[in-house]
Design a protein around this ligand. Structure first.
Ligand SMILES: NC(=O)c1ccc[n+]([C@@H]2O[C@H](COP(=O)([O-])OP(=O)(O)OC[C@H]3O[C@@H](n4cnc5c(N)ncnc54)[C@H](O)[C@@H]3O)[C@@H](O)[C@H]2O)c1
Length: 250
């Protein structure tokens, strides 16, 4: 079998999905990585892991650079995903050191865009779908926690650039948009773009919800010449247009 490149993107990725069957999430992260690393080893393929900013947990530093080892609760509700992805990174580096497998590890920060599932459970799709359906927007906590949102096209360019980069660039490499906003501000932007006049409903903050999230992308800039180019205003407009068309058609 001839396989040149493997992208391992398989994993439930939103909190409701990865927490629905947490043991299965850990198995997906760990067994999935082992199976694909063994395949890469057999085929001599280059393999990229879709890791995550969740490896930084609830970070004590901002922005988060790759040198930061993170602040993860290993026994909390999010651990099946965070620790699963951390273990997958470990496996990637061990296969690289022990078996010479050519690896690339991308730490992806919150990514959004058209073709997200309406019931995906991530904040951008939740807010847009709620606004378009005329339902209250649900904000967890006081809404002052921050996230940095990367448009999907930018992220894909980053992943492809990382895969194509020199073999010395194993990663981990942060891929994300450093423009940081509060969740409350995101809700306001979605309300403005959709023209919806719905209330904002504040709910309790889920366990271990990170207070802040912002990538340091100096490494991606230097090693890959990559940086995101789509501002949130443009990406959100495209995402709202997608959901407007698809929710109304459904
Ligand atoms: N979107 C983001 O903001 C983001 C951020 C960080 C990391 N990531 C990672 O990027 C990857 C893609 O995320 P996405 O946002 O496109 O999510 P997604 O839910 O759209 O895609 C994940 C895919 O993985 C598949 N999958 C889940 N469990 C599987 C299993 N056991 N075997 C085979 N396939 C399985 C699902 O069917 C789905 O097609 C994931 O690994 C995710 O953890 C995404």
């Amino acid at each position: 079998m001839v396989i040149d490149e493997i992208y391992n993107l398989a994993c439930p990725a939103s909190p409701p999905h990865y927490q629905a069957d947490p043991v299965h999430t850990v198995k997906t992260c760990v067994y999935g990585a082992i199976h694909l690393l063994e395949l890469a080893q057999q085929c001599g393929a280059r393999i990229l892991q879709a890791s995550t900013s969740e490896v930084y947990g609830d970070p004590e530093v901002s922005p988060q650079a790759e040198e930061y080892w993170g602040h993860v609760n290993p026994v909390g509700l999010r651990a099946c995903y965070d620790e699963g992805k951390r273990c997958a990174e470990t496996l990637f580096f061990d296969f690289h050191r022990r078996h010479g497998v050519e690896i690339r590890v991308a730490r992806i920060f919150n990514t959004y865009g058209p073709r997200m599932q309406a019931d995906d459970g991530r904040v951008v799709s939740n807010f847009i779908v709620q606004a378009l359906r005329g339902e209250p927007i649900t904000v967890y906590g006081d809404g002052l926690q921050t996230r940095s949102f990367c448009y999907v096209d930018d992220l894909i360019e980053g992943l492809v650039a990382l895969m194509a980069g020199p073999s010395s660039v194993t990663g981990p490499v942060n891929l994300g948009n450093p423009a940081e906003i509060t969740i409350r501000e995101l809700a306001d932007r979605v309300l403005m773009l959709t023209g919806a006049s719905v209330t904002v409903d504040f709910r309790p903050l889920p366990q271990d919800d990170p207070r802040q999230r912002r990538p340091d992308i100096a490494r991606a800039r230097e090693l890959l010449g990559w940086a995101p180019s789509v501002p949130l205003s443009v990406g959100l407009e495209k995402t709202v247009a997608y959901f407007r068309q698809h929710l109304l058609a459904a």
